[in-house]
Every structure is written in C-alpha cells, then in structure tokens.
Design a protein around this ligand. Structure first.
Ligand code: NAD
Ligand code: UDP
Length: 338
C-alpha cells in the first residue's frame, strides 16, 4: 500500500513510517522541514533498510502537491503536517490557522483532483476541551480554548462536511492523547527545538543535564497527588494505531473517529518518579503556578479503537520512560544537522 505521509519527518510521522515499512507498506514522505531535520531519513533507513521517497515542500503549495500525486500512485494519505505548540498558537494564530486549517484544505483539494479518497487526520484530545468526566469517549462534546485546539476542531468540522458531500471518501479522525517515548532502538525520538513545552521532553532534558529543574505546573488539582493527570501513550503504539486505522477503515467510506490512548492516567509526579527510576538519575523539580488553560485530568476510553480497529496500546509507562532515556542519553542534542 502506497501512502503519502505529510509531516512524515516529524516525531509521530517518522515512527509511523518505520512501522509502515516493517508492515510492508510504502510511505512517501512530504515535509517542509519546518520542525524536523533531513537526517531523520537516515535513521529510518538504518532501522528498516528502506529509504522512503522524500519530497521537501509545503502542504499549502497546490502545484507541489499535484506534482507529488502525479509522480506517485498514492492510495491513501496520513496527514501529520502542522504546527502544534499551544502557547505559540496564542501568539501566532494566523500561522496556526494558515498551516493547520488552510493547509489541510489544500491537501484535500489535491487529493480530490488526484482521485485519492482515503485520509487519516492527526487530531488531538484537546478537542474535548475541559471534559466533564473521565474516561473520555468519542461522543463527548468538543470545544477549544486556544488557537491550536481550535484549528484541530475546525479541521475536524471541515472534514466532516467534506465527507458528507463526497460520501465515497474514507476519513478517519484520530484523537491522540499524550504521545511520548521513542523507538526502542534509541535512534529515533522527539527532538523539540528550543525550550520544550511538553512534560516528557522537559523531564528528559533535565535528566541529561540540559536544563536545571522541571517546573511542575500546580500541585493543588483535585487529583491523586495534586498534579495534572494525563494519558501518556508510547509513540510506537500510536504509530501502530495509524496502521490499524488504514487496515480496518482506510477502504471503508465514511467518517470514522477514534481515541488513541491507553485508558490509564499518570500524574506529573508519577512521571518524574518513573523517569528517575528508568534513567537512574534523580530528576530535579520544583512546584510552580498552574499553567493557564491546563485541565486537572484527561484520559481516554480506548474501547472503540479496540473493538473496531483491533488495536490497543501495549507499552507501559516504564517502556515509555526507558525508551525516552535511551534516545535522550545517546542523542543529547537530538538529530544531527544534515
Ligand atoms: P512534529 O512537529 O514533530 O511533526 C510535524 C511535521 O510537519 C514536522 O516535520 C514539520 O516540519 C512538518 N510541517 C509542519 N507544517 C508543514 C507544512 N505546512 N507543510 C509541510 N510540512 C509541514 O509534530 P508531531 O508531534 O509529530 O505531531 C504530528 C501531528 O500530530 C500534528 O498535526 C500535531 O498537531 C498532532 N498531535 C501531536 C500531539 C503531540 O503531543 N505530539 C498530540 C496530539 C496531536
Ligand atoms: N507539565 C508540567 N511542567 C512542564 C510541562 C508540563 O508540570 O514543564 C504538566 C502539565 O501541567 C500537564 C502535564 O504536565 O499536567 C502534561 O503537559 P503537556 O504539555 O506534556 O501535555 P498537555 O498539556 O497537552 O496534556
């Protein structure tokens, strides 16, 4: 199966390409390298002995997309490309709506023109806003509290209308919970530029000595230990969720929505503790104010994905922290510049 992977050089996309190649699929990567490095391709090749086709360019460039579709007999698209930092989206809403919303629409136009009807879209648990209860099922109401979340919600809504108008299309919205971890080899992982916004990369940079101390954003939430609780999911499990979505729903016309999470919540302090154990390094932290917009707890009910995609997360928090440490300790500065 030949699949165009937009954003395939990024964190989740690169791990998904490895899993696809190992399952006998052919990923064709399209990425503008805004948030990734071309050396990712060498790492994919080293792991799989396959160097996927790579097109450097932007999903907002229709002529470029048309050329890629013309050169390749694409059967389906997995659409990871986009911007993802919540705080930055408040500062730069235009860039977020342009990349995430406009970019997705140009991509779907090009798919229509090329006769490609199967799309998997990277959505997020952020579309559930502040959920009334946990665990969260796919029929919970959706809302957004920042431009990033709103851009994901807008794309979900656009794709719903598009699928309604073109019923021959298969569109799958995958709502990710908190992707963490690295390929078990330690050769691929998350490589954020600048100061990490997310918990796991921050913890691992403290452990490796790149940062002084983790600021724990609030310890007065109504949770097990007062710190925020999230559903951390190993990136390789998440990658496999895309393969399952392609296999079970990719040819099935309709709109399909799934949570990709483990169904378990872990607090910030539990993650710090697990990381300290996995790395043998005591992770320094201090309690800081709550981060505006954060919610107390969020975890998935992953039953629908299990029943319909025959997929469930297999990796434990211990795997997530051990694999992150293997990547971080052997690649302390992330991927090399090509
Ligand atoms: P990432 O930044 O590592 O990967 C995204 C890739 O898309 C990058 O390689 C970047 O260079 C590329 N890109 C960005 N804009 C582009 C454009 N206009 N044209 C072509 N390429 C472009 O991010 P990730 O963590 O791998 O996330 C992938 C997707 O999953 C994103 O859509 C993100 O919003 C979504 N998501 C991520 C998380 C998370 O915590 N990582 C959670 C929920 C949803
Ligand atoms: N968090 C924290 N310090 C950090 C980054 C995150 O205490 O430097 C907390 C955050 O408040 C939340 C959890 O870790 O409770 C996960 O945050 P992340 O940004 O990784 O994911 P999201 O907020 O999108 O769920």
């Amino acid at each position: 199966m030949r699949v165009l992977v937009t954003g395939g050089m990024g964190y989740i996309g690169s791990h998904t390409c490895v899993q696809m190649i190992e399952a006998g699929m052919t990923p064709i990567i399209l990425d503008n390298l805004y948030n990734s490095k071309s050396s990712v391709l060498d790492r994919i090749e080293a792991l799989t002995n396959v160097r996927p086709a790579f097109y450097q360019g932007d999903i907002r460039d229709r002529a470029f997309l048309d050329a890629v579709f013309k050169e390749n007999d694409v059967e389906a698209v997995i659409h990871f490309a986009g911007l993802k930092a919540v705080g930055e989206s408040v500062e730069k809403p235009l860039e977020y709506y342009d990349n995430n919303v406009h970019g997705s629409l140009v991509l779907v136009e090009a798919m229509r023109a090329a006769g490609v009807n199967s799309l998997i879209f990277s959505s997020s648990a952020t579309v559930y806003g502040d959920p009334a209860s946990v665990p969260i099922t796919e029929d919970f109401p959706t809302s957004a509290t920042n431009p990033y979340g709103r851009s994901k919600l807008m794309v979900e809504e656009c794709l719903t209308d598009i699928q309604h108008a073109y019923p021959e299309m298969s569109i799958t919205l995958l709502r990710y919970f908190n992707p963490v971890g690295s390929h078990q080899s330690g050769t691929m992982g998350e490589d954020p530029q600048g100061i990490p916004n997310n918990l796991m990369p921050f913890i691992s940079q403290v452990a490796v000595g790149r940062r002084e101390s983790l600021a724990v954003f609030g310890n007065d939430y109504p949770t097990v230990d007062g710190t925020g609780v999230r559903d951390y999911i190993h990136v390789v499990d998440l990658a496999d969720g895309h393969l399952a979505a392609l296999n079970y729903k990719g040819k099935d016309a309709g709109l399909h929505i799934y949570n990709l999470g483990t169904g378990n919540g872990s607090s910030v302090l539990e993650m710090v503790d697990a990381f300290s154990k996995a790395s043998g390094v005591e992770v320094k932290y201090h309690i800081a104010d709550r981060r505006p917009g954060d919610i107390a707890e969020c975890w998935a009910d992953p039953a629908k994905a299990k029943a319909e995609l025959h997929w469930e997360a297999k990796h434990t928090v211990e795997d997530m922290t051990a694999d992150t440490w293997r990547w971080q300790s052997t690649n302390p500065s992330g991927y090399p510049d090509a």
